[in-house]
Design a protein around this ligand. Structure first.
Ligand code: F3S
Length: 755
């Protein structure tokens, strides 16, 4: 699996001098975030003090990781970049395409059969271009990265929004779209607006039922789904040091839910212990030598208000377990108030399914502590009242917890163990239910709970909590159960109370695995041929997008004016559509079908002005495109929040949408639109959203004069013959405007490599 020790040595050797130079240049003590960012500047961005939240900067990440759903499009794009090998260590992880139905073995066998074309493609491209390939069943990308590749002070990008999980090992790890991964794999600088830094000071120590997950559930409640946008969250304090490395990973993982660029922790003993336990004592030894540079300066943590853009303090001694949801991960309830909330908001009171594991919460510690609850329950005459599933994060974890009797403890109490894969977390769940449309509650230890995400049923209320709380509540079968105070009736009719969970942080007998599921790439891949069948409905070679011309953004039709929340799941649904992630034409049939049309309040039905008929959004887009009519999409706040998938940008581009105009963007999606050569615009006055009518013709009158820091003008020609115009803003710098002029960032890369 070969993490690159030479790479880590090089990073650490250069660290002291680079940190000292950055400190001198900035003229102040440094946060950990600044140390990592300033030591990863690309030569194209010289060392100077960059404005946080303002200046675009080029970085040089140490590695790239891709999951199978996003890797297909990323690698299809990389193949067009004209390189023989990836420029930095990169890996592909087959975790998203495995449908959870009956249990690990059968589900994996079926996935191998049904997805063989895609797995073969990913394996062959990886082999050819020097990319490490993790086979189906090897585990979930973020768990494998933490176990094998993450290292303190490093910087990586990953084509999955929960890439920040590696912050648990002190990295700056950022979720991006496939197009960014292509930049880095092609050896181009990777661009990011210098993030703000939010400091979270953790005092006290976790105990009883409270877990690291509750820290991030609490932070999500404070910051909301937008509060971390454009910022890196840096955790520090005695509370941070007292937590396990994998617990830190959970916190960083779910930082994606507050829109944060990423989250990280300073190097400490817990990280050293984890590195040693995962066979990387040499990395721990190297890190120990430069430990002072792998954490924020003492003065920063002594006077945080002075150095962070915002500071939040959480006392772990008094922090309660939390349950967040439904439909949004920032609706936070302390457990003591949750039963009342179930009554007040009429959440379905029966807990139908409890699901633990996933990339967020499948560490040895998580599973051992939860298994001990199951053991305690069994000894007290209890069994799961809800359906209960366990998803190990990797084969190494699965093998180890099986060896240590942890899986047996779950299974003996009535649980199903699923494959080491994303499964129900990403809607890959053939849920057993008598009525797939019934209102119901489920509770997961995952990170994300948007409508329909887990089982496709809009009536399912998905809540998130720690695996310990999910386990306890699944034993009760009730959403109103509070294990801290309540008793349960056992098989003898007695009232029994669960003990607070305990467990090992790391396996006392070490991790073990027989076949981790890794395939090393060929030394020389030049003779390897990658074939994509022209008749395939899952994979399709790409054609470069053509640059937008000025006349195409005149008299555009509104493809859809989306009302309310419009996440990447609304724009490009997951679930069954995962099948088409490598086929742009086919997956474009799901474009915006989940968005609510502001004019009709319905999904996937819009009035088309070529035919005068209502039709599905993708059909309307194709009709406009084929008639040479440009299109614009309009939306509200935090448009495109959620996943990093660039399909949400490529699909409208493919359908002929030239501009997306919204009240505000989620960062990754805004960048993805830019990379695909589209216009990502925001209302200067958000009330102008109301001016756009269904039958308008919309023009960007000064598109040809587009320049950084200058607003553009939108003119509306209403059907009644009246006109209105207003200003719209954008955040394109000169290089990004070049992407628009070239047709896409990839077109620009190819131009540059061929020079
Ligand atoms: Fe997979 Fe869910 Fe994590 S989709 S990568 S388990 S957030």
């Amino acid at each position: 699996m070969a993490f690159d020790i030479d790479l880590i040595r090089r990073v650490y050797d250069a660290l002291p001098a680079k940190v000292a130079a950055a400190r001198q240049q900035l003229g102040k003590p440094l946060t950990l975030t600044e140390k990592i960012l300033y030591t990863h500047l690309h030569p194209e961005s010289r060392l100077q003090a960059y404005g946080r939240g303002k200046d675009y900067v080029f970085f040089q990440p140490d590695r790239v990781a891709m999951q199978d759903a996003t890797a297909q499009m990323a690698l299809l794009q990389f193949m067009m970049a004209g390189r023989d090998k990836v420029a930095v260590p990169s890996t592909v992880h087959c975790d998203h395409l495995i449908l959870a139905e009956t249990g690990a073995d059968a589900d994996l066998a079926r996935a191998n059969d049904e997805n063989s074309e895609v797995y073969d493609f990913l394996s062959t491209v990886s082999d050819k271009y020097g990319i490490g390939f993790w086979k189906p069943g090897a585990g979930i990308i973020h768990q494998i990265v933490l176990e094998n590749y993450a290292f303190p002070g490093g910087m990586m990008i990953g084509t999955d929004s929960h890439t920040p999980n590696a912050g648990g090992l002190g990295m700056v790890a950022i979720g991006v779209g496939g197009a960014d991964a292509v930049d880095v794999m092609a050896g181009m600088p990777w661009e990011l607006k210098m993030p703000k830094v939010i400091g979270v000071k953790l005092t006290g120590k976790l105990s009883g039922w409270t877990t690291p997950k509750d820290v991030i559930l609490k932070v999500a409640g404070v910051l909301t789904v937008k509060g971390g946008t454009g910022a890196i969250v840096e955790y520090f304090g005695e509370g941070a040091r007292s937590m396990s490395c994998t617990g830190k990973g959970t916190i960083c993982n779910m930082g994606a839910e507050i829109g944060a660029t990423t989250s990280t922790f300073g190097y400490d003993d817990s990280m050293s212990r984890y590195l040693k336990a995962t066979d990387r004592a040499d990395v721990a030894e190297l890190a120990d030598r430069v430990a002072e540079h792998l954490t924020g300066d003492a003065e920063v943590y002594a006077n945080p208000e002075q150095y962070f853009d915002r500071v939040i303090e959480i006392d772990l001694n008094t922090l309660e377990p939390h349950i967040n949801g439904p439909y949004t991960p920032d609706r936070a309830f302390p457990i003591s108030q949750f039963a009342a909330a179930v009554e007040k908001f009429e959440f379905p009171p029966v807990l139908e399914v409890g699901l633990i594991g996933s990339c967020t919460n499948s560490s040895y510690e998580d599973l051992d502590r939860s298994a001990n609850i199951a053991k305690d329950a069994k000894a007290k005459g209890l069994r799961f009242k809800s359906e209960f599933t366990v998803t190990p994060g990797s084969e190494q974890i699965r093998y180890t917890v099986e060896r240590d009797g942890i899986l047996a403890a779950f299974e003996e109490t009535g649980a199903t163990v699923l494959a080491n894969a994303c499964g129900p977390c990403i809607g890959q769940w053939a849920r057993h239910t008598d009525d797939p449309n019934r209102a119901n509650s489920i509770l997961t230890s995952f990170n994300r709970n948007f409508a329909k995400r887990n089982d496709g049923n809009p009536q399912t209320r998905g809540f998130v909590a720690s695996p310990e709380l999910v386990t306890a509540m699944a034993l009760s079968g009730s959403m109103k159960f509070n294990p801290l105070t309540d008793t349960l009736t056992n098989d003898k009719g007695e009232q029994v109370k669960l003990d607070p969970p305990t467990g090992y942080e790391l396996p006392p007998n070490g991790f073990a695995v027989e076949d981790a599921g890794f395939q090393s790439p060929a030394e020389d891949g030049s003779g390897i041929e990658v074939r994509v069948s022209e008749t395939s409905d899952r994979l399709q070679l790409l054609e470069p997008f053509k640059p937008i011309q000025s006349e195409q953004v005149q008299n555009m039709r509104v493809l859809i004016k989306a009302k309310g929340k419009c996440t990447t799941d609304h724009i490009s649904m997951a679930g069954p559509w995962l099948t088409y992630r490598g086929h742009l034409e086919n997956i474009s049939q799901n474009c915006l079908i989940g968005a609510i049309n502001a004019y009709s309040e319905k999904t996937n039905t819009v009035l088309n002005y070529v035919t005068g008929e209502y039709m599905a959004v993708p059909d309307s887009g194709i009709t406009y495109r084929d008639n040479g009519i440009g299109q614009i999409v309009v939306g509200e706040e935090n448009y495109g929040e959620g996943s990093s998938r660039e399909h949400a940008a490529m699909e409208p581009r493919f359908l002929g949408v030239h501009a997306v105009l919204v009240k505000s963007f989620a960062r990754i999606h805004e960048t993805n639109l830019k990379k695909q050569g589209m216009l990502a615009l925001t209302f200067v006055n958000p009330d102008d959203y109301d001016k756009i009518r269904q039958d308008d013709k919309v023009s960007i009158t000064d598109f040809s004069a587009m320049a950084p820091d200058r607003h553009l003008t939108v003119q509306l020609d209403h059907a009644d013959g009246t006109h209105e115009s207003f200003q719209v803003a954008h955040t394109y710098n000169l290089a990004q405007i070049d992407w628009v002029r070239a047709g896409s960032a990839l077109n620009k890369i190819r131009e540059e490599l061929s020079r």
